[in-house]
Design a protein around this ligand. Structure first.
Ligand code: GUN
Length: 291
C-alpha cells in the first residue's frame, strides 16, 4: 500500500474537540446547543446512524433529543412533528433520518424544516445558497466533510480534474458545486449510471470521489497513479472468513490504495466526517441564534 491514508475518524475527533470548546462558550452564554433527531420506522442501518449521531452529541456536549415514530407514521404526523420542532426555541437543529417510511414524502418533509434549523443542509434554501456561491451557511454534511478532508491534507485542486461519481442531491451534486467553487477551482465532471466510459474519465482524474452505493464498483486499475481517492460508499457485503459473516466496503476497490496518492479508508474515512459536520452545523445554528 503506497497511498497516504486520509484518516477521517482522527480528523473528525479533532474537529469535535474544537466544537466542544464552542459548546462550552455557548453554555456560558446561556445557550445549550440542541439537536433533535427524528427516526421513523425500524430500518436497522438508520438506527445505527442515529446512535452514532447521538454519541457525537455526547462527545461535543450538544443536547440531543430523539423522536421515535412507528413505521406506519403518516405524512401528517411527520409534518406535525417537524412543525413542533420548528417552533420550539430550545431546538437549534432538526434532522429527519432518511429514508422515511414507504408512502411518506421525504422532499415535502425536508422543505417543511425551518432552513435555519436545517443542519442536514438539504432544504432548497440552503442548497440554493450553495448554488449561488454562498458557502458560509448550512452545507450538506457529507460534501462538507469531503472538503474538510481535502483541505486538511493540503491537496491543491486548482485547475485539476475531479470526477464525482454519483449525482444525488445529498452528496454528488452539492459536492460538485463545492469542488468547482472559486478558491477550490477544480474542473468537475459529474458521472452517473448513464455515463459512457467512466473508466476513461477516472483515468484522467486527479481526484476521484465515488458516491454510488455499489460495493467496489470503481476498479483500482481506473485510478491514475498519485490521484486522490475519496470513497463515500459504505456497503455491507458477505464475507465467510469473518465471524459476523459480513464486512463493510466502499464503492472503490481497496486495491486502489496501491495506486492512489491519498485515499480514504472504509470505514473510518468520510463516514465519521459526516457526523462531525452535523455537529458543526448544529453548533453554528446555535451561535447564529445567539448573534
Ligand atoms: N440517512 C443516511 N445519511 C443521512 C444523512 O446524512 N442525513 C439524514 N437526514 N438521513 C440520512
Amino acid at each position: 500500500m503506497s497511498a497516504v491514508i486520509l484518516d477521517g475518524k482522527a480528523l473528525g475527533l479533532r474537529i469535535e474537540a474544537e466544537l466542544a470548546e464552542r459548546v462550552s462558550a455557548l453554555k456560558e452564554s446561556g445557550v445549550e446547543p440542541h439537536l433533535a433527531v427524528v427516526l421513523a420506522g425500524d430500518d436497522p442501518a438508520s438506527h445505527v446512524y442515529v446512535r452514532n449521531k447521538q454519541r457525537a452529541c455526547e462527545r461535543t456536549g450538544i443536547k440531543s433529543t430523539r423522536v421515535d415514530l412507528p413505521n406506519n407514521v403518516t405524512q401528517e404526523d411527520l409534518m406535525r412533528v417537524v412543525a413542533n420542532l420548528n417552533s420550539d426555541n430550545s431546538v437549534h437543529g432538526i434532522l429527519v433520518q432518511s429514508p422515511t417510511p414507504y408512502g411518506t414524502d421525504e422532499l415535502a418533509i425536508t422543505e417543511a424544516i425551518d432552513p435555519s434549523k436545517d443542519v442536514d443542509g438539504f432544504h432548497p434554501t440552503n442548497l440554493g445558497r450553495l448554488v449561488m456561491g454562498q458557502v458560509d451557511g448550512m452545507l450538506p454534511c457529507t460534501p462538507a466533510g469531503v472538503m474538510k478532508i481535502i483541505e486538511d491534507a493540503s491537496i491543491d485542486l486548482q485547475g485539476k480534474k475531479a470526477v464525482v461519481i454519483g449525482r444525488s442531491r445529498i452528496v454528488g451534486m452539492p459536492l460538485a458545486l463545492l469542488l468547482a467553487q472559486k478558491g477550490v477551482d477544480a474542473t468537475v465532471t459529474i458521472a452517473h449510471s448513464r455515463t459512457q466510459d467512466i473508466a476513461g474519465i477516472c483515468r484522467t482524474a486527479d481526484l476521484v470521489v465515488a458516491a454510488i452505493g455499489r460495493a467496489e464498483a470503481i476498479q483500482a486499475e481506473w485510478i491514475k497513479p498519485g490521484a486522490t481517492v475519496i470513497d463515500v460508499g459504505i456497503n455491507r457485503v458477505a464475507d465467510d472468513s469473518r465471524e459476523s459473516g459480513s464486512r463493510l466496503t466502499g464503492d472503490i476497490e481497496p486495491e486502489a490504495a496501491n495506486i492512489a496518492g491519498h485515499i480514504t479508508p472504509v470505514p473510518g474515512g468520510v463516514g465519521p466526517m459526516t457526523i462531525s459536520m452535523l455537529m458543526s452545523n448544529t453548533v453554528r445554528a446555535a451561535e447564529l441564534r445567539l448573534n
